[in-house]
Ligand binder design. Structure first.
Ligand code: FES
Length: 296
C-alpha cells in the first residue's frame, strides 16, 4: 500500500473534522429522549460486537447475558464522554451569557456508566482552565484590595480625640468661670474662652470667624478685637464691626451635678445660660462647634 501524500493527509483530516463538527451539531440539537435512544443503540451495538468476538457460550446463558449486560468498551465510553462534553459546551455557547451556567455545564458531562451496570449519570471533574483561574485570582485580589482599603479608610477617618485635648471634651468646675461681666478666662489647650455675662455662662472658640486669626480680649475697650483685620466682638461673642461675617463661634457645653446628672446645656444657637449649682461640672465638647449669630 502506497504511503499517503501530505495533500491526502490534509484532506483526510479536514474531512474528519467536518464530520465531527456535523455530528456535534446534530447532537447539540437532539432532545433528551433522542439522546437516550442513541446511547441505548450504541450499547446494543457494543454488546453485539462483544458477543460476536467472544467464544461460543452455552445456549442457556445467552438470554440472561443479553438482558442484563450493558457494558460498552473503554473506547466507546471515552468517545461517549467526549461527545457529551462537546454537546454541553455547544449548548452553553448557544445559551448566551451566564458565566455560572457555563462553568457548571462544562464541569458536568453526564455519561453512561461502564462495567455492565445499569446506565446512570456520572460527573467528569473538569479542572479550571487558564482563563477561569485568572478570573478567580483577579477577583480575589480585587476583593482583598477593596476590603483592605475600606478598613484603612474607616480607621483613618475615625475620630481619635482624647479628653483634655482639642477636639475632645474638657471637664472643668463651674467655679473656673469668671464673675458676671468680668474679663474672660482663656484656655490654650482647648482653644476657648470662658465667658460669663448677666445672661449666663458660655464658652467661645478662640479663632476669629473672618480668616482664622486668634483674637484677643482688650480690657481697655471691654471687648474682643482681632489684630488681623480689626473685627470686634462683645464679651458674649456678638459681632460689633469689621469684616467678620458673624459673631464668635461657641462650643457645645453640658453641665452636670456631682453625681453626673445633666442639669443644663446650651441650645442649638449656643446662647448663654445660668448655672446655680456651685459644685457643677461643665463639660466642653471642643469637637462640637456652634456658629455665632450672623451680623445684623
Ligand atoms: S481674621 Fe479676624 S478680622 Fe480678619
Amino acid at each position: 500500500m502506497a504511503p499517503m501524500t501530505e495533500e491526502e493527509k490534509a484532506a483526510r483530516i479536514a474531512a474528519a473534522k467536518a464530520r465531527a463538527a456535523e455530528i456535534a451539531a446534530q447532537r447539540a440539537q437532539e432532545t433528551p429522549e433522542q439522546r437516550e435512544a442513541r446511547l441505548a443503540a450504541a450499547k446494543v451495538r457494543a454488546e453485539a460486537a462483544r458477543t460476536a468476538a467472544a467464544p461460543a457460550a452455552p445456549q442457556s446463558a445467552a438470554p440472561v447475558a443479553a438482558a442484563t449486560a450493558v457494558a460498552i468498551s473503554p473506547q466507546e465510553q471515552f468517545r461517549e464522554a467526549k461527545v457529551a462534553q462537546k454537546q454541553r459546551e455547544m449548548a452553553v455557547a448557544q445559551a448566551g451569557p451566564g458565566a455560572d451556567a457555563r462553568v457548571a455545564a462544562r464541569r458536568e458531562a453526564v455519561v453512561a456508566r461502564p462495567e455492565g451496570k445499569a446506565a446512570a449519570p456520572a460527573v467528569l471533574a473538569m479542572p479550571l482552565n487558564r482563563r477561569e483561574f485568572l478570573m478567580y485570582a483577579w477577583s480575589a485580589s480585587l476583593a482583598f484590595f477593596l476590603a483592605g482599603s475600606g478598613i484603612g479608610t474607616f480607621f483613618f477617618i475615625l475620630p481619635r480625640f482624647k479628653a483634655g485635648e482639642f477636639g475632645g471634651t474638657f471637664s472643668i468646675p463651674v467655679t473656673q468661670f469668671p464673675a458676671a461681666g468680668a474679663a474672660p478666662v482663656p484656655n490654650d489647650e482647648g482653644k476657648y474662652w470662658l465667658v460669663r455675662t448677666d445672661q449666663g455662662y458660655n464658652v467661645l472658640y478662640k479663632v476669629c470667624t473672618h480668616l482664622g486669626c486668634l483674637y484677643k480680649w482688650e480690657g481697655a475697650t471691654n471687648r474682643f478685637e482681632c489684630p488681623c483685620h480689626g473685627s470686634k466682638f462683645q464679651l458674649d461673642g456678638t459681632y460689633i464691626e469689621g469684616p467678620a461675617p458673624r459673631g464668635l463661634d461657641r462650643f457645645k457645653i453640658t453641665v452636670v451635678d456631682a453625681s453626673g446628672n445633666t442639669i443644663a446645656q446650651n441650645d442649638a444657637k449656643g446662647d448663654p445660660f445660668q448655672v446655680n449649682d456651685p459644685n457643677a461640672i461643665v463639660r466642653i465638647d471642643t469637637g462640637s462647634r456652634i456658629q455665632g449669630k450672623p451680623k445684623a
